[in-house]
Design a protein around this ligand. Structure first.
Ligand code: FE2
Ligand code: FE2
Length: 232
């Protein structure tokens, strides 16, 4: 029997209590690829948690989901371009990964738009090297990596993504902890037409952190569905 996985999306929750829950829970262990990525980001953007750094995390976060969508469509194409008729359950797995990938990609895109808008509102300057050149280099590497992992063995991709999202969840909750002034800072953005409206900057980042927790949970659930083993 598969383990029970709980999600926070669409639920009325005490965001502060959920932040506490995250901070009391250990981060999932990163693999060597992720560890190198975090070191590279600290070297490029500094060790401190800053909004430009979170913006880059959000740019990268969409790529595994794109790989699931894109890779699954490739699989479907191959399956339907054969003399034999396709099996229903094999197509179902691809359709499930496409759906998971699309939903999470849109959610990450909302995070990205909101963070950039907050940076604009706060007057944070972006230079060409850090906001354009470096992210493009990282995108290139991460795009190749996430596509290759998913094509070779989908469970490798779900494993790595759960670890990346666990890290992101904790980073957001620590970011809020480091900014007590955000607790009473009202927030508004035109991008709330794509995302549940939050009243303060602190609550917005807590809600984003919970989305990352849900992304981690989805990856863990799918890993177990594919392998029959729980991801630890
Ligand atoms: Fe995100
Ligand atoms: Fe995420």
């Amino acid at each position: 029997m598969q383990a029970q996985y709980e999600y926070t999306m669409g639920k009325e929750l005490d965001l502060k209590a959920e932040q506490e829950k995250t901070l009391q829970t250990p981060v999932m262990k990163a693999n060597i690829i992720l560890k190198s990525m975090y070191v590279a980001m600290d070297l490029i953007y500094g060790a401190k948690r800053t909004l430009p750094k979170f913006k880059v995390i959000e740019i990268l976060a969409r790529y595994p989901y794109w790989a699931w969508e894109n890779g699954s469509y490739h699989r479907l194409s191959r399956r339907y371009a054969r003399a034999n008729y396709a099996e229903e359950n094999a197509s179902e797995q691809s359709l499930r990964h496409i759906e998971l990938g699309r939903r999470a990609q849109d959610n990450e895109q909302s995070h990205l738009m909101l963070i950039e808008d907050i940076m604009r509102q706060k007057g944070i300057k972006q230079n060409w090297l850090m906001s354009c050149f470096m992210p493009r280099c990282m995108i290139f590497g991460y795009l190749l990596l996430t596509r290759t992992l998913y094509r070779l063995k989908p469970e490798w991709s779900f494993d790595m993504n759960a670890r990346f999202e666990s890290h992101a969840e904790h980073e957001y909750m620590h970011l809020v902890e480091e900014h007590p002034e955000w607790e009473n800072e009202p927030i508004d953005s035109p991008y709330f037409k794509y995302y549940p409206k939050q009243e303060t900057t602190a609550d917005l980042f807590r809600r984003i952190g919970l989305d990352e927790r849900d992304h981690m949970t989805q990856s863990m659930e799918e890993y177990e569905r594919l392998t029959g083993r729980m991801l630890i």
